[in-house]
Design a protein around this ligand. Structure first.
Ligand SMILES: [Fe+2]
Length: 184
């Protein structure tokens, strides 16, 4: 198995796409599979934000693309939290699932066109392998989390990635500022 962080991230993207297809095609799997999707994406995003985006910004010169990607994560988190509140057998589910699929598909396409190629060219193999280990460890620690389960330190990291000045704000104030930047 590749340890390259870019390969690991792309593997998750393909996994998420196959879950999207199942959720769209097979309504009977929604009740069981929705929580899997939600926590997989939450864990994937937290691991990217803490281990990968800072390196992409500081070591690969990807500050602008990282800031944009981070804002898209904020939106995805909000939509995923909303999806997890929908009755999988109800009318709202289908509509919310489409919003999640559209937002995440767009984000994945952009990330694979900007931040990830930037990491391939800007960081050497050893560094990408090191980041791969850190990504997997963080992702493992966050599996089971919901999108809104963020510590103050994690939210401060999100703000730094998105280049949003937050000073010394407390948890609730940080949450409000980040919500305003959920990219629509
Ligand atoms: Fe991402």
């Amino acid at each position: 198995m590749s340890e390259d962080v870019v390969d690991l991230i792309m593997q998750d993207h393909r996994e998420v796409e196959s879950i999207f297809e199942k959720l769209q095609r097979e309504p009977e799997v929604r009740a069981g599979l929705t929580p899997v999707l939600v926590t997989l994406l939450a864990a994937h995003s937290r691991a990217e934000e803490s281990e990968v985006y800072p390196a992409a910004r500081d070591e690969a010169g990807e500050a602008e693309d990282v800031a944009h990607s981070q804002e898209e994560h904020l939106l995805a988190d909000r939509l995923l939290a909303e999806l997890s509140e929908c009755d999988p057998f109800g009318d709202d589910y289908e509509k919310k699932l489409k919003e999640v699929v559209d937002a995440v598909t767009h984000h994945v396409e952009e990330e694979e066109k900007t931040v990830l190629p930037g990491m391939r060219s800007g960081l050497d193999d050893a560094r990408r392998a090191e980041l791969g280990q850190a990504f997997l460890k963080s992702r493992q620690e966050h599996l089971g989390d919901m999108p809104q389960d963020r510590t103050r330190a994690e939210m401060k990291q999100q703000a730094a990635n998105a280049d949003i000045p937050v000073g010394d704000k407390g948890k609730e104030a940080l949450r409000d500022v980040l919500d305003e930047h959920a990219d629509e």
